[in-house]
Design a protein around this ligand. Structure first.
Ligand SMILES: Cc1ncc(COP(=O)(O)O)c(C=O)c1O
Length: 455
């Protein structure tokens, strides 16, 4: 790690402040970050957006409160619901009709959910999602505010959007009450660091603080905290310039990839096609490349790129590889990427546009919420036993099952396990997807609620 890292691996010494009760340099650093991002209050996090999601839900919902969630939210929301005791009700996201990926929720779908669940306390969505697709946050926030509810946005992948001229809007600027950002994902702070921003007083600030005191370590790393302040400083000095460069590089890569037979890199125009006027936007720094036209699945393409070209993609799914052009990338990195993509095509027989109808249908079905039989918190604490996934239909899941990345939850604890979810999971495992949430790392068994719950 080097002497430099050790030299600043300090703790709450005099003059170094205290993350859980900041009055000095940490408070000042958080204040500068809130100013830069257009928030009223910012909390530095050393356990990722995950802990920010837990805290913002715990501060918004008490046990038994309903929370409306987009079905494609990250699995961190499962933890949030288990910790808070909130009851999730879901909105299905739009699935792209040509590419098998979730786009996010529409304004209309949020509006319908608000009138269907008038007692809900809060609405939680993800934007941008792992594919860089940004929901129409302006219209969604407007609807949520019209109903007087709390708007929570997981903007884990969007801490750079604030510095993108002409790019998708950010949730905070559109009036969301709480927004979490993984600064470590796109703005260069160290892994595990993030920020939680609050605006207005819809979310109880004191309760957020209390939740963070419970959830975060009492020995936060000063190396991590300093990296957040350093990322904030760099963003305030050269954020616009850095992000513009990344956008230009990504745009060159996108054009070159789209000129290659058998490959397609998602464009903003592709989002207009299924949901014209719905207002979805694309983060231009994310390259979502469909490889199915080469007769490959995303995991196979990922392996070829890593083994033969030294390129590690952000993640792969059945149809795509997803790459992120970062603030640190240079022209030579883009040249290497384009030449790797050319090679990928050269080695394969091009089969014309890929067809993933069955996969899309499975994804669509998997995003339809099954009946919630037991509150997730109760399912978490209930006695449970493992059963084979293929024989689990009709039982109540005690654990969450997410395909990781992107971390979208296919089965929530407390839900009835239904055939489409089983089919989707078995197929994903067979093709090489990684699962998270299951006790059994092979993904063959799932724990189901075994008997009366202990609450
Ligand atoms: C959409 C989304 N939200 C939240 C998280 C959690 O973020 P973190 O890893 O910073 O805890 C992730 C992580 O990948 C994510 O993809």
């Amino acid at each position: 790690m080097g002497r430099g890292a050790m030299a600043i691996d300090l703790t709450e010494l005099p003059g170094l402040d205290d993350l859980h009760s900041p009055r000095g340099p940490i408070l000042e650093a958080e204040r500068l970050a809130s100013e830069l991002n257009g928030a009223d209050t910012t909390f530095f996090l050393v356990n990722g957006s995950t802990v920010g999601i837990h805290a913002m839900v715990m501060a918004s919902c008490a046990p038994g409160d309903e929370i409306i969630l987009a079905r494609d939210v990250h699995r961190a929301f499962v933890g949030a619901v288990v910790l808070s005791g909130a009851l999730p009700v879901f909105i299905s996201p739009e699935i792209h009709p040509r590419f098998s990926l979730s786009m996010g929720v529409t304004i209309g779908a949020v509006s319908r959910a608000l009138s269907q669940y008038p007692r809900a306390r809060a609405v939680g969505i993800v934007s941008p999602n792992y594919y860089g697709i940004c929901a129409p946050v302006d219209g969604i926030v407007r609807e949520v505010k019209r109903y007087g509810k709390i708007m929570l946005v997981d903007q884990a992948h969007g801490s750079h959007l604030r510095f993108m001229r002409g790019g998708p809007s950010t949730a905070l600027l559109e009036g969301a009450d709480a927004v979490v950002e993984s600064t470590h994902k796109t703005m260069g702070s160290l892994t595990g660091t993030a920020m939680l921003h609050l605006k207005g007083d819809f979310v109880d600030r004191a309760r957020v603080k209390r939740a963070l005191r419970i959830l975060q370590t009492s020995s936060p790393s000063y190396i991590l905290l300093a990296s957040l302040d350093a990322a904030r400083r760099r963003a305030s000095v050269s954020g616009y310039e850095d992000v513009s460069r990344a956008c230009r590089l990504a745009s060159r890569a996108r054009e070159a990839i789209n000129a290659l037979p058998g490959l397609h890199c998602l464009t903003e125009d592709d989002l207009e096609e299924p949901a014209a006027g719905a207002g979805f936007r694309l983060d231009p720094t994310r390259l979502v490349v469909s490889v199915s036209g080469l007769g490959l699945n995303g995991w196979q393409a990922e392996e070829i790129l890593r083994k033969h070209h030294g390129i590690q993609v952000e993640f792969a799914d059945e149809e795509h590889v997803i790459l992120v052009i970062t603030l640190a990338d240079e022209g030579s990195d883009i040249d290497a990427l384009i030449s790797a993509m050319e090679d990928l095509g050269r080695a394969r027989a091009v089969r014309g546009p890929g067809s993933c109808h069955r996969l899309r249908r499975l994804l669509e079905q998997a995003m339809v919420p099954p009946p919630l039989r037991v509150p997730p918190r109760e399912a978490f604490f209930a006695p449970s036993r493992p059963v084979e996934v293929s024989r689990s239909a009709g039982m109540i899941s005690a654990e969450e099952v997410a395909i990781y990345p992107p971390g979208i939850v296919i089965i929530w604890p407390g839900e009835e396990i239904v055939e489409p979810a089983i089919e989707y999971l078995l197929r994903a495992c067979e093709r090489g997807a990684r699962l998270q949430g299951l006790d059994d790392p092979t993904g063959r068994h799932i724990r189901v609620v075994a008997g009366p719950s202990r609450g």
